[in-house]
Design a protein around this ligand. Structure first.
Ligand SMILES: [Cu+2]
Length: 119
């Protein structure tokens, strides 16, 4: 009786252990898929932070000195962006810290959303 209890207990533990291993494996695969999606650029949103230098509201352009954007492997740099929604730029003034989101569209990147930084 004792022996069979021990046996079934180890059977249960074995099932637990293998379920755990399976879950870990699935988690790893999830990460892998995420990285593949990043590479295939499908509507991936990247969050950035920086300082707006020049704003051209009429053209929907903004020059930003941004921090590194790890999700795109971009180092920090100063560059021009086209903004998807020009109205976002009404709230941005030169020298202002900004939070923004970038999505890849065609060959280039666009800011899909930009707003004054909340800090
Ligand atoms: Cu850049």
């Amino acid at each position: 009786m004792f022996k069979s209890t021990t046996l079934s207990l180890s059977a249960v533990l074995l099932v637990f252990a293998s379920n755990f291993g399976y879950a870990e494996e699935m988690k790893g695969m999830g990460n892998m898929n995420m990285q593949q999606d990043m590479g295939s650029e499908s509507m991936q949103v990247h969050k950035g932070h920086g300082v707006a230098n020049k704003i051209n509201g009429a053209a929907g352009k903004v020059n930003i000195s941004h921090e590194a954007i790890d999700s795109m492997k971009w180092p920090k740099m100063t560059m021009d962006f086209t903004v998807q929604n020009k109205a976002d730029l009404a709230a941005i003034k030169p020298g202002m810290a900004v939070d923004f989101e970038i999505t890849k569209q065609g060959k280039g990147y666009r800011i899909s959303h930009i707003a004054p930084a909340k800090e």
